[in-house]
Design a protein around this ligand. Structure first.
Ligand code: GLN
Length: 180
């Protein structure tokens, strides 16, 4: 199995380290040629969604990525990566997202919460985090924190508002790898 990690901006290196710990091969995507390499799944990391969106378009990755996800490429978006899959960006998930949902300061906090399909508490690091305001058809809610949706799945698309790559716990990545 080989996983592509979008590496235009943000926390891509931490995802690479997590996959390394799991013994899974990965490569970084910095341009269209990288993107076009064979892959079994794709990770879109956290960072700044406006920057990632602009670079995806400038590098002509936006359209092929959208098409591949629509045709079943497994994808895991964390934080800004979650925003990238919503109805205002790639539009491949039926979710409406509120950016910087807790305010600029309060958006950074730590929580240990439940995650559907994983036993025991999951450490959740939130950094200027979004949450999902509305889910449409086909979206399964996997986790809520204080009533806000922070993880969801639609087919082979997985999103978390928090950053599992910033904690030592590998279970959310394992959950994604099972989808690939
Ligand atoms: N606040 C960022 C945005 O709106 C997301 C932050 C993150 O990815 N940690 O794009």
């Amino acid at each position: 199995m080989r996983i592509a990690i979008l590496a235009l901006q943000g926390a891509f290196e931490e995802h690479r380290q997590t996959l390394l710990k799991l013994g899974v091969e990965s490569f970084l995507v910095r341009n269209l040629a990288d993107y076009q390499r064979e892959k079994d799944g794709m990770i879109i990391p956290g960072g700044e969604s406006t920057t990632i969106l602009k670079l995806l378009k400038d590098l002509s990755i936006f359209e092929p990525l959208k098409k591949d996800i629509e045709q079943g490429l497994p994808v895991f978006g964390t934080c800004a990566g979650l925003i990238m899959l919503d109805d205002k960006h790639l539009g491949t998930m039926n979710i409406t997202v509120k950016r910087n949902a807790y305010g600029r300061q309060l958006g950074s906090f730590f929580f240990e919460g439940d995650f559907d399909g994983i036993n025991g508490k999951i450490p959740m690091t939130f950094i200027r985090a979004p949450f999902i305001e509305k889910c449409g058809d086909g979206v399964k809610i996997l986790s809520t924190v204080n009533g806000n949706i922070v993880a969801a799945q639609q087919g082979r698309q997985l999103v978390t508002a928090f950053h599992p790559e910033l904690n030592d716990d590998l279970r959310v990545h394992e959950y994604f790898l099972k989808m690939c």
